[in-house]
Write a protein that binds this ligand. Structure first.
Ligand code: ATP
Ligand code: MG
Ligand code: MG
Length: 380
Protein backbone atom coordinates (compact mmCIF):
# COMPACT_ATOMS: atom_id res chain seq x y z
CA UNK A 1 0.00 0.00 0.00
CA UNK A 2 1.59 3.31 -1.04
CA UNK A 3 1.70 6.00 1.65
CA UNK A 4 0.97 9.56 0.59
CA UNK A 5 2.49 12.28 2.77
CA UNK A 6 0.64 15.60 2.80
CA UNK A 7 2.15 18.88 4.03
CA UNK A 8 -0.65 20.86 5.64
CA UNK A 9 -3.76 19.45 7.30
CA UNK A 10 -6.66 21.60 6.12
CA UNK A 11 -9.77 20.61 4.20
CA UNK A 12 -7.77 19.99 1.01
CA UNK A 13 -5.64 17.36 2.78
CA UNK A 14 -8.81 15.91 4.25
CA UNK A 15 -10.44 15.54 0.83
CA UNK A 16 -7.19 14.15 -0.64
CA UNK A 17 -7.05 11.51 2.10
CA UNK A 18 -10.68 10.55 1.45
CA UNK A 19 -9.89 10.18 -2.27
CA UNK A 20 -6.69 8.18 -1.67
CA UNK A 21 -8.38 5.46 0.40
CA UNK A 22 -10.32 3.67 -2.39
CA UNK A 23 -7.17 3.72 -4.55
CA UNK A 24 -5.46 1.71 -1.82
CA UNK A 25 -3.41 4.68 -0.64
CA UNK A 26 -2.71 5.43 2.99
CA UNK A 27 -2.14 9.01 4.08
CA UNK A 28 0.06 10.70 6.65
CA UNK A 29 -0.46 14.42 7.24
CA UNK A 30 1.88 17.03 8.77
CA UNK A 31 0.46 20.14 10.40
CA UNK A 32 1.64 22.42 13.19
CA UNK A 33 -1.77 22.28 14.85
CA UNK A 34 -3.05 19.17 16.66
CA UNK A 35 -6.64 20.00 15.70
CA UNK A 36 -5.99 20.30 11.94
CA UNK A 37 -9.18 19.03 10.33
CA UNK A 38 -7.47 16.41 8.12
CA UNK A 39 -6.48 14.72 11.38
CA UNK A 40 -10.10 13.56 11.73
CA UNK A 41 -9.72 11.26 8.70
CA UNK A 42 -5.97 10.49 8.57
CA UNK A 43 -3.05 10.09 10.99
CA UNK A 44 -1.45 13.43 11.82
CA UNK A 45 2.16 14.34 12.66
CA UNK A 46 2.17 17.56 14.67
CA UNK A 47 5.26 19.52 13.67
CA UNK A 48 6.21 22.86 12.20
CA UNK A 49 8.13 23.34 8.92
CA UNK A 50 11.52 23.56 10.62
CA UNK A 51 11.11 20.58 12.91
CA UNK A 52 13.57 18.47 10.91
CA UNK A 53 13.61 15.60 13.39
CA UNK A 54 9.86 15.11 12.97
CA UNK A 55 10.10 15.66 9.21
CA UNK A 56 12.88 13.05 8.97
CA UNK A 57 10.62 10.47 10.64
CA UNK A 58 7.71 11.54 8.41
CA UNK A 59 9.81 11.18 5.23
CA UNK A 60 10.85 7.68 6.27
CA UNK A 61 7.20 6.59 6.49
CA UNK A 62 5.87 7.92 3.16
CA UNK A 63 6.43 7.07 -0.51
CA UNK A 64 5.43 10.42 -2.00
CA UNK A 65 4.99 13.91 -0.51
CA UNK A 66 2.50 16.49 -1.74
CA UNK A 67 0.92 19.73 -0.55
CA UNK A 68 -2.33 20.93 0.97
CA UNK A 69 -0.61 24.21 1.80
CA UNK A 70 1.27 26.07 -0.94
CA UNK A 71 3.34 28.19 1.42
CA UNK A 72 5.48 25.44 2.89
CA UNK A 73 8.92 27.14 3.00
CA UNK A 74 11.02 26.38 -0.07
CA UNK A 75 13.89 25.14 2.14
CA UNK A 76 11.62 22.55 3.74
CA UNK A 77 10.35 21.36 0.36
CA UNK A 78 13.91 21.08 -1.00
CA UNK A 79 15.11 19.29 2.13
CA UNK A 80 12.30 16.74 1.81
CA UNK A 81 12.92 16.31 -1.94
CA UNK A 82 16.43 15.06 -1.12
CA UNK A 83 14.88 12.22 0.89
CA UNK A 84 11.62 11.30 -0.85
CA UNK A 85 9.71 12.03 -4.09
CA UNK A 86 7.95 15.43 -3.80
CA UNK A 87 5.19 16.41 -6.27
CA UNK A 88 4.83 19.08 -7.45
CA UNK A 89 8.61 19.64 -7.36
CA UNK A 90 9.90 22.41 -5.06
CA UNK A 91 10.92 24.54 -8.08
CA UNK A 92 7.31 24.61 -9.33
CA UNK A 93 6.04 25.39 -5.84
CA UNK A 94 8.51 28.29 -5.57
CA UNK A 95 7.15 30.00 -8.72
CA UNK A 96 3.56 29.77 -7.50
CA UNK A 97 4.56 31.19 -4.09
CA UNK A 98 5.63 34.52 -5.55
CA UNK A 99 3.21 36.71 -7.50
CA UNK A 100 6.10 38.32 -9.40
CA UNK A 101 7.60 34.99 -10.56
CA UNK A 102 4.12 33.70 -11.36
CA UNK A 103 3.08 36.68 -13.48
CA UNK A 104 6.45 36.75 -15.22
CA UNK A 105 6.01 33.09 -16.14
CA UNK A 106 2.45 33.74 -17.38
CA UNK A 107 3.72 36.42 -19.74
CA UNK A 108 6.55 34.19 -20.96
CA UNK A 109 3.97 31.52 -21.75
CA UNK A 110 1.84 33.94 -23.78
CA UNK A 111 -0.77 34.64 -21.12
CA UNK A 112 -1.19 38.39 -20.58
CA UNK A 113 -1.65 39.65 -17.02
CA UNK A 114 -3.03 42.86 -15.54
CA UNK A 115 -0.45 45.68 -15.65
CA UNK A 116 1.76 45.41 -12.57
CA UNK A 117 4.90 46.80 -10.90
CA UNK A 118 6.84 45.59 -7.91
CA UNK A 119 6.89 47.86 -4.87
CA UNK A 120 9.56 47.65 -2.19
CA UNK A 121 9.51 51.22 -0.84
CA UNK A 122 7.01 54.02 -0.26
CA UNK A 123 8.56 55.98 -3.18
CA UNK A 124 8.13 53.02 -5.49
CA UNK A 125 4.45 52.90 -4.56
CA UNK A 126 4.03 56.44 -5.91
CA UNK A 127 5.97 55.55 -9.05
CA UNK A 128 3.91 52.40 -9.56
CA UNK A 129 0.66 54.31 -9.09
CA UNK A 130 1.78 56.84 -11.68
CA UNK A 131 2.46 54.02 -14.15
CA UNK A 132 -0.31 51.52 -13.37
CA UNK A 133 -2.97 54.12 -12.49
CA UNK A 134 -6.08 53.70 -10.35
CA UNK A 135 -8.11 51.75 -9.47
CA UNK A 136 -5.38 49.33 -8.43
CA UNK A 137 -4.68 46.62 -5.89
CA UNK A 138 -1.56 46.45 -3.74
CA UNK A 139 -0.77 42.82 -2.84
CA UNK A 140 1.92 41.07 -0.85
CA UNK A 141 4.03 38.98 -3.23
CA UNK A 142 3.93 36.03 -0.86
CA UNK A 143 1.67 34.33 1.67
CA UNK A 144 -1.65 35.99 0.74
CA UNK A 145 -4.83 33.95 0.44
CA UNK A 146 -8.60 34.59 0.48
CA UNK A 147 -7.91 38.24 -0.34
CA UNK A 148 -5.71 38.70 2.75
CA UNK A 149 -2.62 40.86 2.29
CA UNK A 150 -4.36 43.08 -0.26
CA UNK A 151 -5.39 46.72 -0.32
CA UNK A 152 -7.60 48.29 -2.98
CA UNK A 153 -6.81 51.85 -4.08
CA UNK A 154 -9.37 53.95 -5.86
CA UNK A 155 -7.45 57.26 -5.74
CA UNK A 156 -3.79 58.34 -5.64
CA UNK A 157 -4.51 59.67 -2.15
CA UNK A 158 -5.14 56.10 -0.93
CA UNK A 159 -1.38 55.48 -1.12
CA UNK A 160 -0.80 56.42 2.53
CA UNK A 161 -3.54 54.10 3.78
CA UNK A 162 -2.26 51.29 1.54
CA UNK A 163 1.26 51.77 2.84
CA UNK A 164 0.04 51.84 6.43
CA UNK A 165 -1.70 48.53 5.83
CA UNK A 166 1.02 46.68 3.90
CA UNK A 167 4.24 48.72 4.09
CA UNK A 168 5.62 46.49 6.86
CA UNK A 169 5.39 43.53 4.47
CA UNK A 170 7.41 45.34 1.78
CA UNK A 171 10.85 44.72 3.25
CA UNK A 172 10.01 41.14 4.27
CA UNK A 173 8.18 39.72 1.27
CA UNK A 174 7.91 42.48 -1.33
CA UNK A 175 4.71 43.95 -2.75
CA UNK A 176 3.18 44.19 -6.17
CA UNK A 177 0.79 46.86 -7.46
CA UNK A 178 -1.70 45.55 -10.01
CA UNK A 179 -4.16 47.39 -12.19
CA UNK A 180 -7.71 46.61 -11.11
CA UNK A 181 -9.37 44.77 -13.99
CA UNK A 182 -13.07 45.48 -14.60
CA UNK A 183 -13.51 41.91 -15.83
CA UNK A 184 -16.62 40.43 -17.42
CA UNK A 185 -16.11 37.05 -15.80
CA UNK A 186 -13.75 35.11 -13.57
CA UNK A 187 -12.86 31.60 -14.66
CA UNK A 188 -10.52 28.94 -13.39
CA UNK A 189 -8.79 26.07 -15.06
CA UNK A 190 -8.34 22.95 -12.98
CA UNK A 191 -5.66 20.88 -14.68
CA UNK A 192 -3.68 17.74 -13.92
CA UNK A 193 -0.39 16.44 -15.25
CA UNK A 194 0.89 12.93 -14.60
CA UNK A 195 4.43 11.84 -13.87
CA UNK A 196 4.60 10.63 -17.48
CA UNK A 197 3.54 14.04 -18.81
CA UNK A 198 -0.07 13.11 -19.57
CA UNK A 199 -2.15 16.30 -19.30
CA UNK A 200 -5.87 16.83 -18.81
CA UNK A 201 -8.17 19.66 -17.77
CA UNK A 202 -11.71 19.70 -16.48
CA UNK A 203 -14.26 21.99 -18.14
CA UNK A 204 -13.62 25.60 -17.11
CA UNK A 205 -15.29 26.80 -13.92
CA UNK A 206 -16.97 30.19 -13.53
CA UNK A 207 -16.32 31.79 -10.13
CA UNK A 208 -17.78 34.59 -8.03
CA UNK A 209 -15.76 36.16 -5.22
CA UNK A 210 -17.05 38.35 -2.39
CA UNK A 211 -14.44 40.51 -0.60
CA UNK A 212 -11.68 38.50 -2.27
CA UNK A 213 -13.04 35.12 -1.08
CA UNK A 214 -14.59 32.52 -3.38
CA UNK A 215 -18.35 32.49 -2.78
CA UNK A 216 -19.75 30.33 -5.61
CA UNK A 217 -18.67 28.32 -8.62
CA UNK A 218 -20.56 27.03 -11.67
CA UNK A 219 -19.23 24.29 -13.91
CA UNK A 220 -18.94 23.77 -16.79
CA UNK A 221 -18.85 27.56 -17.21
CA UNK A 222 -21.44 28.49 -19.87
CA UNK A 223 -20.36 30.07 -23.19
CA UNK A 224 -16.69 29.10 -23.16
CA UNK A 225 -16.28 27.22 -26.45
CA UNK A 226 -13.29 29.24 -27.72
CA UNK A 227 -11.86 29.99 -24.29
CA UNK A 228 -11.72 26.33 -23.23
CA UNK A 229 -9.20 25.44 -25.94
CA UNK A 230 -7.04 28.52 -25.34
CA UNK A 231 -7.09 28.00 -21.57
CA UNK A 232 -6.12 24.37 -22.03
CA UNK A 233 -3.17 25.26 -24.25
CA UNK A 234 -1.96 27.89 -21.79
CA UNK A 235 -2.30 25.56 -18.80
CA UNK A 236 -0.41 22.84 -20.66
CA UNK A 237 2.39 25.24 -21.60
CA UNK A 238 2.71 26.36 -17.98
CA UNK A 239 2.67 22.80 -16.68
CA UNK A 240 5.35 21.70 -19.13
CA UNK A 241 7.55 24.70 -18.36
CA UNK A 242 7.38 23.81 -14.65
CA UNK A 243 7.56 20.04 -15.28
CA UNK A 244 4.54 20.04 -13.02
CA UNK A 245 3.12 16.83 -11.52
CA UNK A 246 -0.33 16.82 -9.90
CA UNK A 247 -3.37 19.08 -9.98
CA UNK A 248 -3.08 22.86 -10.20
CA UNK A 249 -5.48 25.73 -10.70
CA UNK A 250 -5.07 28.72 -12.97
CA UNK A 251 -7.26 31.72 -12.07
CA UNK A 252 -8.27 33.86 -15.03
CA UNK A 253 -10.12 37.07 -15.73
CA UNK A 254 -12.06 37.52 -18.97
CA UNK A 255 -11.80 41.10 -20.24
CA UNK A 256 -13.10 42.06 -23.71
CA UNK A 257 -13.42 38.35 -24.37
CA UNK A 258 -9.67 37.75 -23.77
CA UNK A 259 -8.01 35.81 -20.98
CA UNK A 260 -5.79 37.49 -18.38
CA UNK A 261 -3.82 35.49 -15.80
CA UNK A 262 -4.46 36.32 -12.14
CA UNK A 263 -2.60 33.61 -10.23
CA UNK A 264 -1.99 29.90 -10.03
CA UNK A 265 -2.38 27.53 -7.11
CA UNK A 266 0.07 24.60 -7.04
CA UNK A 267 -2.49 22.23 -5.55
CA UNK A 268 -6.10 21.14 -5.64
CA UNK A 269 -8.33 24.21 -5.50
CA UNK A 270 -11.60 25.41 -3.99
CA UNK A 271 -13.04 26.14 -7.44
CA UNK A 272 -12.56 22.45 -8.28
CA UNK A 273 -14.58 21.06 -5.39
CA UNK A 274 -17.55 20.52 -7.72
CA UNK A 275 -15.57 17.72 -9.41
CA UNK A 276 -16.17 15.43 -6.41
CA UNK A 277 -19.77 14.79 -7.48
CA UNK A 278 -19.91 16.66 -10.80
CA UNK A 279 -17.11 15.00 -12.79
CA UNK A 280 -16.21 11.43 -13.69
CA UNK A 281 -12.97 11.82 -11.73
CA UNK A 282 -12.54 14.40 -8.99
CA UNK A 283 -9.55 16.74 -8.73
CA UNK A 284 -8.62 14.94 -5.50
CA UNK A 285 -8.64 11.48 -7.06
CA UNK A 286 -6.65 12.66 -10.07
CA UNK A 287 -4.11 14.43 -7.88
CA UNK A 288 -3.55 11.21 -5.94
CA UNK A 289 -3.36 9.24 -9.20
CA UNK A 290 -0.86 11.73 -10.65
CA UNK A 291 1.52 11.84 -7.70
CA UNK A 292 1.42 8.05 -7.26
CA UNK A 293 2.19 7.56 -10.97
CA UNK A 294 -1.17 5.93 -11.78
CA UNK A 295 -3.14 6.52 -15.02
CA UNK A 296 -5.27 9.67 -14.90
CA UNK A 297 -9.07 9.48 -14.82
CA UNK A 298 -11.63 11.05 -17.14
CA UNK A 299 -12.08 14.76 -16.38
CA UNK A 300 -15.45 15.11 -18.09
CA UNK A 301 -18.44 16.67 -16.33
CA UNK A 302 -21.55 14.61 -15.57
CA UNK A 303 -23.96 17.53 -16.04
CA UNK A 304 -23.97 20.96 -14.43
CA UNK A 305 -22.77 21.67 -10.90
CA UNK A 306 -22.92 24.66 -8.60
CA UNK A 307 -20.75 24.91 -5.50
CA UNK A 308 -21.58 27.18 -2.57
CA UNK A 309 -18.88 27.96 -0.04
CA UNK A 310 -19.77 28.13 3.64
CA UNK A 311 -17.69 30.92 5.11
CA UNK A 312 -17.56 31.76 8.81
CA UNK A 313 -20.17 29.21 9.84
CA UNK A 314 -22.16 26.29 8.46
CA UNK A 315 -25.84 26.70 7.70
CA UNK A 316 -28.25 24.10 8.99
CA UNK A 317 -27.70 21.08 6.66
CA UNK A 318 -31.26 19.75 6.31
CA UNK A 319 -32.26 21.76 3.23
CA UNK A 320 -29.17 20.58 1.35
CA UNK A 321 -29.63 16.99 2.46
CA UNK A 322 -33.23 17.08 1.24
CA UNK A 323 -32.33 18.44 -2.20
CA UNK A 324 -31.94 15.91 -4.98
CA UNK A 325 -28.30 15.44 -6.11
CA UNK A 326 -27.06 17.98 -3.56
CA UNK A 327 -24.04 17.15 -1.42
CA UNK A 328 -22.97 18.40 1.98
CA UNK A 329 -19.34 18.92 3.02
CA UNK A 330 -18.56 19.78 6.61
CA UNK A 331 -14.80 20.23 7.04
CA UNK A 332 -14.97 19.65 10.80
CA UNK A 333 -13.41 23.05 11.48
CA UNK A 334 -14.27 25.50 14.21
CA UNK A 335 -16.48 28.39 13.06
CA UNK A 336 -14.55 31.66 12.80
CA UNK A 337 -15.31 34.83 10.79
CA UNK A 338 -13.99 34.58 7.23
CA UNK A 339 -12.94 30.94 7.60
CA UNK A 340 -13.94 28.34 5.00
CA UNK A 341 -15.76 25.72 7.08
CA UNK A 342 -17.60 23.71 4.41
CA UNK A 343 -19.35 23.75 1.07
CA UNK A 344 -22.29 22.23 -0.75
CA UNK A 345 -22.47 21.09 -4.35
CA UNK A 346 -25.74 20.91 -6.25
CA UNK A 347 -25.76 18.90 -9.49
CA UNK A 348 -28.36 18.57 -12.25
CA UNK A 349 -28.63 17.34 -15.82
CA UNK A 350 -29.21 20.80 -17.31
CA UNK A 351 -29.35 24.53 -16.55
CA UNK A 352 -33.12 24.62 -16.01
CA UNK A 353 -33.06 21.84 -13.43
CA UNK A 354 -30.02 23.29 -11.68
CA UNK A 355 -31.60 26.75 -11.46
CA UNK A 356 -34.73 25.24 -9.94
CA UNK A 357 -32.77 23.35 -7.28
CA UNK A 358 -30.55 26.31 -6.46
CA UNK A 359 -33.46 28.70 -6.24
CA UNK A 360 -35.37 26.48 -3.82
CA UNK A 361 -32.28 25.78 -1.76
CA UNK A 362 -31.30 29.45 -1.49
CA UNK A 363 -34.80 30.33 -0.33
CA UNK A 364 -34.72 27.62 2.34
CA UNK A 365 -31.30 28.81 3.55
CA UNK A 366 -32.01 32.54 3.00
CA UNK A 367 -28.91 32.65 0.79
CA UNK A 368 -30.53 34.37 -2.19
CA UNK A 369 -27.81 37.02 -2.43
CA UNK A 370 -25.09 34.37 -2.61
CA UNK A 371 -26.72 32.43 -5.48
CA UNK A 372 -28.23 35.32 -7.47
CA UNK A 373 -25.28 35.89 -9.86
CA UNK A 374 -25.24 32.17 -10.68
CA UNK A 375 -29.00 32.09 -11.18
CA UNK A 376 -28.76 35.07 -13.53
CA UNK A 377 -26.30 33.13 -15.70
CA UNK A 378 -28.39 29.95 -15.63
CA UNK A 379 -31.50 31.90 -16.63
CA UNK A 380 -29.81 33.80 -19.48
P1 ATP B 1 -6.94 32.91 -3.24
O1 ATP B 1 -7.72 32.54 -2.02
O2 ATP B 1 -7.66 32.68 -4.54
O3 ATP B 1 -5.53 32.39 -3.25
P2 ATP B 1 -5.68 35.53 -3.05
O4 ATP B 1 -5.66 36.10 -1.69
O5 ATP B 1 -4.44 34.95 -3.60
O6 ATP B 1 -6.88 34.49 -3.16
P3 ATP B 1 -6.36 36.93 -5.52
O7 ATP B 1 -6.73 35.72 -6.27
O8 ATP B 1 -5.19 37.73 -5.97
O9 ATP B 1 -6.21 36.68 -3.95
O10 ATP B 1 -7.62 37.92 -5.44
C1 ATP B 1 -8.83 37.49 -4.91
C2 ATP B 1 -9.96 38.02 -5.77
O11 ATP B 1 -9.92 39.46 -5.78
C3 ATP B 1 -9.87 37.62 -7.22
O12 ATP B 1 -10.39 36.33 -7.45
C4 ATP B 1 -10.69 38.73 -7.87
O13 ATP B 1 -12.08 38.53 -7.67
C5 ATP B 1 -10.26 39.94 -7.07
N1 ATP B 1 -9.06 40.52 -7.71
C6 ATP B 1 -7.77 40.25 -7.43
N2 ATP B 1 -6.93 40.93 -8.22
C7 ATP B 1 -7.71 41.66 -9.05
C8 ATP B 1 -7.45 42.59 -10.11
N3 ATP B 1 -6.20 42.92 -10.47
N4 ATP B 1 -8.51 43.14 -10.73
C9 ATP B 1 -9.79 42.84 -10.36
N5 ATP B 1 -10.09 42.00 -9.37
C10 ATP B 1 -9.07 41.41 -8.72
MG1 MG C 1 -3.90 33.07 -4.09
MG1 MG D 1 -7.01 33.80 -6.10
Amino acid sequence: QPVLGILGGGQLARMLALAAAPLGGKTLVVDSSADACAGQVAPLVVADWTDYAALEAFAAQVDVVTFDFENVPAETAHWLAERVAVYPAPQALAVAQDRLAEKTLFRECGLPTPAFMTVDTREQLDQALATVGVPAILKTRRLGYDGKGQFRLTRQADADAAWAALGAQASKHGLILEAFVPFERELSVIAVRGRDGEFRIWPLTRNWHVDGVLSMSLAPAPDIEQLQRRASELARTLAERLDYVGVFALELFVKDGELLGNEMAPRVHNSGHWTIEGAYTSQFENHVRAVLGLPLGDTGARGLSAMLNWIGELPEPTAVLKTSDAHWHDYGKQARPGRKVGHATVCAADAVALAERLDALAAALTRQAQVQPTLDVLHS
